[in-house]
Design a protein around this ligand. Structure first.
Ligand code: ADP
Ligand code: MG
Length: 697
């Protein structure tokens, strides 16, 4: 480009500023440089002024930025200030580019990307120009610094090779920060791994965003050569030189719901079998679990997030835990949520990233091993969505403590190495876990087999247990269901892959129909988004009364001391939340007794699942162990009692066989007695003074 062109373009920018940004520049001049160092330019404005210039800005942003900044320096200011190092920061591009769609073609272009900040380093000074002081003659040699540190070849004064020392006062530094922005979960089609891009930012825009923020970043796309064990590789990475970073309004439920969709949604909301249909539509390939599925549906809709007049907040999100034997379809159920819930994250408790489930401050390659990086984990990435976490019992100990805060306060605080941050995690947690010993032990109360601390367990609104006991009728139905689902899949696959397939479309359709969701996933997704956006139900008097009644009976007999799910006021809030969710499902403005009835039934069944009798507030071992009439505790006492009795009769202690015989007379099976004896031995309550003889300690 010729000199004339340069001057011409600079003039164009000056005119653009005069027409569009007069006030903004006036303001900048007043606040420069301490309070403000950037002029924000909307690309749209530039386009309105001159589409060619705007398009050039997209194609050659580096060059155009220089003209724009030069024009700003030359701009006639009313006050006597020089905007020496002011930045022009472009934002508001017409179309953001998908992070996964970035290709070599985009290199050197101005692009905008949207996503969630996955990692952010702390802000550190970066040297822009180093002043090397010659130790022989004292002359300063200035060397501009890029990504690699450059030293002078020779002194500009005496032309000798140093030695040099850096004079920090004479060197120039700028604040620098590196971010990693990842595609938002809502943009992903079920199961895709999110892609990310690194963004380098400098000066006044550093330190403004933190991990977990949803942002739009506009900047210039560059390449960075990869290295493999010190060898430069022919493969390059993309990174963005960020010109502007804006935090997005977080309330957006950006799903396109057309008028036609809205009609379908309203029609569905009046369906008399609405709740049944919803349940039928959740993971139809998984047989059974109707109660669990209804609860998950409620979780999708969630209760109302309440803000009190004093500014405090009550969460509306529901947390749910499934504890069950292996191979009972828990993982499958959790994975299905990803297809359904906007902004959902599926991960395992072990966590695949260093941030794990919550968040972490780490020192790793991302910050060149020097800077601390704050990294958002699953519960932060799922902000405003659902975090489906499999194998929750395997979560790392660092996550356990942060989890308490995350579930109740819906935020995660990190305070480490000078990083003090509070990240938002307003999500619902759907957790799955195996029992303590991998599989439920039918002789132990279920409550004692939940391998999570009570304080954490009590934060779940609902807990369901799944035991895999053979049951002929159920097994037959399950087999039928799985075979049917697989057969539909076989027919469909055969027809799609075999050219000469004799399977007709009608055949496929008729078999598929039986295993298809009643409501299409796409419609259900929109329905949920619509309800969460439009529907804020309030409680009727009758509903309030019903919940009050149920809660008081629950508390009635006081709390069981060993209860892993102490009934506290949290349960009361859980009831309210669930009832609101139930009302939302049919887009109702009020929570009625229809909702409270439904919810009370679910809560009752959830409590029974963990072995608590909702009527008395006590554990009832009969529920845990169908078939015995005496409670667990009595029986333990009994076996111990029998040993105590017998040891007085026999000098060498109570003979093993004798103990079993007496216990059997009292109605306890042999296998259970043996189990009990083993347990008492393990606990150190009894010992074996001689082979096959027992004594109470
Ligand atoms: P878990 O996570 O509980 O250990 P998985 O979700 O991995 O179990 O399930 C194991 C397999 O068994 C899956 O292929 C799943 O489809 C099947 N399965 C288990 N229970 C059911 C069920 N109730 N309906 C349909 N499939 C089931
Ligand atoms: Mg599993």
């Amino acid at each position: 480009m010729s000199l004339a062109d340069d001057a011409d373009l600079i003039e164009r920018f000056e005119e653009f500023y005069r027409n569009y940004y007069r006030n903004e520049i006036g303001q900048l001049a007043q606040k420069y440089p301490s309070e403000q160092r950037s002029l924000y330019v909307d690309w749209d404005d530039l386009y309105r002024y001159d589409p060619d210039v705007a398009d050039d800005f997209l194609a050659k942003p580096g060059q155009m930025l220089e003209y724009a900044e030069e024009a700003l320096r030359l701009y006639d200011l009313p006050v006597d200030v020089k905007l020496g190092n002011a930045h022009v920061r472009v934002r508001g591009l017409a179309d953001p580019t998908g992070i996964r769609d970035i290709r070599a073609d985009h290199v050197g272009n101005l692009v905008a990307v949207q996503g969630i900040v996955r990692k952010a380093t702390d802000v550190r000074p970066k040297m822009q120009e180093a002043a090397f002081e010659c130790q022989r003659c004292g002359t300063l040699t200035r060397i501009p610094q890029g990504s690699d540190f450059q030293e002078p070849h020779e002194c500009q004064g005496c032309e000798r090779q140093g030695p040099f020392q850096i004079n920090f006062d004479q060197s120039e530094f700028v604040d620098a920060q590196k971010l990693r922005v990842q595609e938002s979960p809502e943009g992903l089609r079920g199961g895709e791994t999110p892609q990310a891009i690194d963004i380098h930012i400098e000066d006044d825009i550093t330190g403004r965003v933190t991990a977990g923020d949803h942002v739009t970043a506009t900047g210039i796309l560059h390449l960075d050569q990869q290295e493999n064990q010190g060898q430069k590789s022919a493969i390059f990475d993309f990174y963005m030189e960020g010109l502007s970073i804006e935090i997005e309004d977080e309330q957006f439920e950006d799903m396109d719901i057309t008028d036609e969709d809205e009609r379908a949604i309203l029609e569905l909301s009046n369906d008399p079998d609405l709740y049944e249909k919803m349940v039928d539509s959740l993971a139809p390939s998984i047989y059974g679990y109707r109660e669990e599925k209804l609860a998950i549906i409620m979780q999708l809709f969630s209760g109302v997030r309440k803000e009190l007049p004093d500014g405090s907040k009550i969460r509306g999100d529901l947390h749910m835990l499934l504890i069950g034997d292996p191979g009972t379809g828990k993982s499958q159920l959790l994975q299905y949520i990803r297809n359904l819930a906007p902004r959902s994250v599926y991960t395992s408790g072990k966590g695949s990233s260093s941030a794990g489930l919550t968040a972490a401050a780490v020192r790793d390659d991302f910050g060149d091993g020097q800077q601390w990086t704050l990294e958002a984990g699953a519960l932060v990435l799922a902000d405003q969505g659902i975090a489906a976490i499999d194998e929750l019992d395997k979560m790392r100990s660092e996550d356990r403590s942060a989890m308490h805060e995350a579930l109740e306060q819906q935020s995660i605080s990190i305070s480490k190495a000078g990083i003090n941050a509070t990240l938002k995690s307003r999500c619902s947690l759907l957790g799955a876990a195996n029992p303590k010993y991998g599989r439920f032990d039918e002789y132990e109360p279920i409550a004692e087999q939940i391998d999570l601390e009570p304080a954490l367990v009590s934060r779940f609104d609902l807990i369901f247990t799944i035991t895999d006991k053979p049951d002929e009728e159920k097994d037959r139905d399950l087999a039928e269901h799985i075979i049917k689902t697989n057969f539909a899949g076989e027919l469909h696959t055969h027809r799609s892959n075999v050219a000469t397939s004799n399977v007709s479309q009608e055949e496929v359709d008729s078999v598929t129909e039986e295993v298809e969701p009643a409501i299409e996933a796409d419609l259900l997704r929109k329905y949920v988004a619509f309800a969460k956006r439009e529907c804020y139900p309030t409680m009727t008097e009758e509903a309030k009364e019903a919940i009050r009644e149920f809660y008081v009976t629950l508390r009635g007999q006081g709390e069981g001391d060993d209860s892993p799910v102490p009934v506290t006021a949290r349960k009361l809030e859980a009831l309210v939340r669930l009832a609101e969710a139930s009302a939302r499902i049919r887009l109702s403005d009020t929570v009625t007794t229809e909702d409270t009835d439904r919810v009370i039934e679910i809560v009752r069944s959830s409590l029974e699942d963990v072995g608590m009798d909702p009527e008395t507030g006590e554990f009832d071992a009969d529920m845990v162990e169908a078939g015995t009439s005496k409670s667990q505790r009595d029986r333990i006492k009994n076996v111990k009692g029998i040993i105590r009795e017998l040891q007085d009769e026999y000098e060498r202690g109570a003979p093993f066989e004798e103990v079993i015989e007496r216990a059997e007379q009292a109605g306890i099976d042999r296998s259970k007695v043996e189990h009990e004896i083993q347990k008492l031995k393990n606990k150190g309550d009894i010992y074996e003074p001689q082979t096959d003889h027992l004594r109470v300690v």
